[in-house]
Design a protein around this ligand. Structure first.
Ligand code: CA
Length: 359
């Protein structure tokens, strides 16, 4: 008591902390497990998961110490959702559309063919009611998810031969998963799903004639240009897919307000940083593909794009009828997109058309 009488407030705090037994300080620290749908440290998305975990640790002053596991290290990639839902893992970093078997509504929180750009998706999720609907959907699985990365616009894919007409698509065997696969299937493509590490060999053996993957940066690394030299744009099936961090809801609710804010801050930042990573490195890799590897860039023919658009709208609308929650989320997504595109058209799109007109 005698000492305290002359200590300032700040000094008192310092003394009090230093006299606490070590375990009491350590008690506030938690070790958490993050499972991911990506190979450990895969450039872009894998690195994004690591950066997110590190930033959360710093922002919580070491209190939340997250260990990141690559795809298959703890659970197979597509089981990340169940692992977090059950509490076997604390958080996943992955793409929500991988969980479309649980509910087709998850597609809207990654991307849908002819859907939103990364900017438009942010507008809907942050300000147009998207996050509230996402919370409602995920809570049914004991999960709280949020955007935590984005790859930007993807490419249309690699083809052995030129695709000039809709006829050229008929009978083509192509790696094209998810809703994009269904769209291409309705145009006569034999669309198949396979993980990225199997695609090169499938192309080389002739098991497939074409493949989509991500964009120049990740595609260059997998070497598809060696077999299929025609690289088509744009990737209408994935116009700006967001990736997510999904937390076990009990774990999320056990965090302090400070920790939850730190996590939301780190995820929002990672959403930007990852998108910038893709936009920068896609541009660098595109240059390499064209100048060093003689890749032939091709735009899809307008008639093909028109058919893809019509079919995409049908596929998404049909999916929306599958259950009431998907219908509700589709209605909100569509309302935001309808409004947003009127702005995008006279803002970003008009500016880009003026800056870089295309014949
Ligand atoms: Ca893709």
């Amino acid at each position: 008591m005698k000492r305290r009488s002359f200590l300032t407030g700040a000094g008192l705090t310092a003394v009090a902390a230093s006299t606490l037994p070590a375990p009491a300080i350590a008690a506030g620290k938690r070790k958490l497990k993050m499972v991911t749908t990506w190979p450990k440290n895969l450039p872009g998305v894998g690195v994004s998961a690591e950066r997110l975990a590190k930033r959360i640790k710093v922002l919580t002053e070491g209190k939340l110490d997250i260990k990141v596991y690559g795809a298959g290290q703890e659970v197979p990639p597509l089981q990340c959702f169940d692992a977090v839902s059950s509490g076997a893992a604390d958080v996943y970093h992955g793409a929500e559309y991988y969980w479309q078997g649980k509910s087709p509504a998850f597609n809207f929180f990654t991307t849908v063919p002819f859907g939103m750009t990364a900017d438009e998706l942010c507008a809907w999720i942050y300000h147009g009611g998207g996050q509230e609907l996402w919370d409602e959907l995920s809570a049914g699985y004991n999960i709280k998810a949020m955007m935590a990365a984005n790859t930007g616009v993807q490419m249309g894919g690699w083809f052995r031969n030129e695709i000039n007409t809709l006829e050229d698509l008929k009978g083509l065997k192509m790696r094209m998963p998810g809703l994009g696969g269904e769209v291409f299937r309705r145009l006569g493509v034999a669309a198949v799903t396979m993980p990225g590490n199997e695609v090169y060999q499938a192309l080389e053996s002739g098991a497939i004639d074409a493949t989509e993957w991500i964009g120049p940066w990740n595609d260059l690394a997998l070497g598809f240009y060696q077999i299929a030299p025609y690289y088509y744009w744009p990737g209408i099936h994935e116009p700006g897919p967001a990736l997510a961090a999904g937390w076990n809801l009990d774990v999320w609710n056990s965090f302090t307000d400070h920790q939850r804010t730190a996590i939301e801050t780190a995820c929002a930042m990672e959403n930007d940083v990852c998108l910038a990573d893709y936009n920068y490195h896609n541009a660098v890799a595109l240059q390499t593909l064209v100048s060093e590897h003689n890749v032939k860039l091709r735009r899809f023919d307008p008639a093909i794009l028109a058919a893809l658009k019509k079919t995409s709208i049908e596929v998404v609308a049909e999916m929306a009828e599958k259950d009431p929650m998907t219908k509700k989320i589709h209605a909100s997504f569509q309302k935001s997109l309808t409004m947003q595109r009127k702005w995008t058209r006279i803002a970003d799109q008009a500016f880009l058309n003026a800056r870089d007109p295309q014949e």
